[in-house]
Design a protein around this ligand. Structure first.
Ligand code: IVH
Length: 668
């Protein structure tokens, strides 16, 4: 007999509770009880049930963490109360002064201090209504921030519904979104493998992740959250640590390292202990936070305009180490740019052994006045990647020479060039083997043609055996070529040939990105594909035409134009055509002149297009997008929640159309 809907509902709820319990065990307590495969099995079962009975999907189901993309950007939301910052302190004196100020302000009462770790991430304010996560916002200017609910919901360790304890009607939770160091390093490796720049620290990658408009992309980032402040109008607490316990009882992730102390000596001890123990934690902290525990006392002490008088951030100093410079080597990027790298006598620094440090460029070497065999001072602040902060001049060897700029390329021997107006040194040889390896890695990376099977070793072999001299040669590799490479058998060779065949039909934006034109990242590549619709049209575009696109400045326009004017492109183009690589994008708008001479303002949230897309569409029809409405505006395209610009257009009598009407105008 078929199950009744209500008994199914019960099954589904039980499955959800089970999944939530495992999320807590995994992300909260780092004590998983089941294997990843078992977890995936539960999740899949829930997905199947919900797919069969969509009426039983609830917004707080673990399957609902990934929402729709917000093409028009984040909405601004006003915080229920100011999200304050903290006063900083750096030494014992600052801490003692804080204690004296607190005691003075409390008129003889003794404070108790709640001491916590200061997580180095990005602050967020979460709101739960009737126990369900209803909103999350960034700090912004403290009064209002961005509505990042969809992104925060993707954080697996965060319950979408509070199920432990009794939940208040309204609950505001402040916490820090962070990334574990190991997750960050792995994430950075993936990024570099895909040709993107590595980030200096987990905080930057959290900030970047939270700014993404597509929650599906955010869900792939290993974000976590730690909650550290409770506020509920209907279930108030008397003490800060009472709030922390409530949060924990409600199933929210709260640090296990918070402690209560009543003397400043103990607070100082907590701070010093964590300064020396910080590397034992799986995430970065940049200090400890001291808070007066009694809320009644907090009220007496009050606030300044930006920070409470009852709390203090006690920062740690940057971790330092000294070591000897062994030599300076060079990394050659895919555009031929040389990055000098300091090869160091290995030295431990904050839990990692440092062997190398980037010197960025030769201006940096001159700024540091770096000499051969210098003893360098390495520093690691919040950054996982250490930097050379200075030089121990007293230890400089007599007669040692300044590190000088190479004149020829260390990889191919070509005479190096300085890019006009830039500090970078470049190898101009288009077939430099090192640059070529990087180009192939980029061409086959996930964001570009997404051809897996080209690991570093294979790429090295292909280049050193001269089987490829540019990325297009990959399409002419034969089965025999591949089988002759180390690690290849018949099966893996066939698999790679299949992948290459599929890549010939990749979308135009991926192909454009894969070319590795300077300054052309994935977003610009998408814009170019959308605006031109074919590689030939893009290659024929004038610099002015390129520079008129939204977000393409003169520097980028000139780089694109130079690229398509180069010998490199000419050679590559012929081979790509011969290989049968697709150069067209059928979905891109056709170019025309339906909006010729018109200045058009787009406002509000559109359903079908991102801001860049509609602006390219306007340009593709000869129009000019503009940001503000005036008497000169020819047309306003208004989407949902259009505000002051729409009002102004009506006031000035400027014609206003909807997205659909606009599409009809251009016949799309
Ligand atoms: S309390 C009104 N507690 O540090 C008090 N902040 O430098 C609000 N932070 O903006 C903050 N760990 O993003 C507090 N345990 C902790 C924290 C913490 C990290 C961040 C927070 C704040 C920044 C101030």
């Amino acid at each position: 007999m078929a199950k009744s809907l209500s008994s199914l509902q019960k099954d589904i709820e039980a499955l959800r509770s089970e999944i939530r319990r495992h999320d807590r065990l995994y992300y909260g307590d780092a004590r998983p009880l089941i294997s990843d495969a078992e977890y995936d099995g539960l999740f899949k079962r829930l997905q199947e049930l919900e797919a069969a009975y969509p009426e039983l999907i609830s917004p707080d189901s673990p399957t609902q963490r990934v929402g729709e993309s917000l093409s028009a950007g984040f909405e601004t939301v006003r915080h229920p109360f100011a999200m304050l910052s903290l006063q900083n302190s750096y030494d014992e004196g600052d801490l003692r002064e804080f204690d004296a100020r607190v005691r003075g302000g409390l008129d003889g009462m003794s404070p108790e201090y709640s001491c916590e770790l200061k997580f180095d991430g990005v602050s967020a304010l979460l709101t739960y209504e009737e126990g369900v996560l209803s909103r999350a916002a960034t700090r912004g200017d403290g009064q209002q921030g961005d509505d990042i609910t969809a992104n925060i919901k993707t954080i697996k360790g965060l319950p979408l519904r509070l199920d432990g304890g009794e939940s208040p009607k309204v609950l505001h939770v402040r916490g820090e979104v962070y990334m574990r160091t190991d997750d960050f390093l792995r994430y950075n490796e993936e990024q570099t493998a895909e040709g993107n720049k590595p980030l200096a620290n987990p905080r930057n990658s959290v900030a970047g992740s939270l700014k993404l408009l597509d929650p599906a992309l955010v869900a792939r980032r290993p974000l976590r959250i730690m909650c550290y402040a409770y506020d509920s109008p209907d279930r108030q607490v008397q003490f800060h640590d009472e709030g922390l316990h409530r949060l924990q009882d409600l199933g929210l992730p709260v640090s296990e390292h918070s402690r209560l102390f009543s003397s400043i000596e103990d607070v100082l001890d907590f701070w010093r202990t964590w300064e020396s123990k910080r590397d034992t934690l799986p995430y970065e902290i940049d200090g400890v936070v001291v808070k007066v525990n009694s809320l009644a006392q907090q009220r007496i002490l009050g606030l300044t305009s930006r920070a409470p008088r009852w709390a203090l951030a006690c920062k740690f100093s940057a971790r330092q180490a000294r070591t000897e410079l062994l030599s300076v080597s060079f990394q050659i990027g895919r555009t031929g740019v040389l990055t000098p790298v300091a090869e160091l006598n290995p030295v431990p620094l904050g839990g990692v052994t440092v062997r190398r440090a980037t010197l960025h460029n030769f201006d940096e070497i001159r700024r540091l006045d770096l000499h051969e065999n210098d003893t360098v001072i390495l520093e690691r602040g919040g950054d996982v990647i250490p930097k050379i902060a200075g030089i121990e001049l007293s230890l400089r060897r007599k007669g040692s020479r300044l590190i000088s700029e190479p004149e020829t390329c260390p990889s191919c021997g070509a005479r190096l060039e300085r890019v006009p107006g830039e500090v970078a040194l470049r190898c101009p040889n288009p077939s430099d083997p090192e640059a070529l390896k990087r180009q192939i890695e980029h061409f086959t990376s996930r964001g570009a043609l997404d051809i897996s099977g080209f690991g570093a070793e294979t790429v090295n072999e292909l280049v050193s055996q001269k089987l490829v001299s540019d990325p297009a040669d990959l399409f002419f590799l034969t089965r025999d070529n591949l089988i002759s490479l180390p690690g290849f058998g018949e099966k893996s060779a066939d698999k790679l040939l299949d992948a290459l065949e599929t890549a010939k039909h990749a979308s135009l934006d991926r192909l454009i990105f894969g070319l590795g034109i300077r300054f052309v990242g994935e977003t610009t590549a998408r814009l170019l594909a959308f605006s031109f619709g074919s590689m030939e049209k893009l290659a024929a575009a004038s610099e002015e035409e390129l520079a008129s696109l939204p977000d393409v400045g003169p520097r980028v326009a000139s780089a694109i134009h130079d690229y398509f004017d180069s010998e490199v492109w000419n050679g590559l183009r012929d081979k790509l055509v011969r290989a049968g690589v697709k150069f067209e994008d059928e979905s891109a708008p056709l170019r025309g002149d339906k909006l010729s001479g018109m200045t058009i303002v787009v406002t509000g949230t559109l359903e079908k297009y991102s801001r860049e897309e509609i602006e390219s569409l306007i340009i593709s029809q000869g129009g000019k997008p503009s940001g503000s409405v005036s008497k000169k505006t020819s047309l306003v395209v208004a989407g949902d929640k259009a505000g002051s610009k729409l009002e102004k257009a009506i006031e000035l009598g400027v014609p206003v159309v909807t997205e659909d009407e606009f599409e009809r105008m251009i016949g799309s």
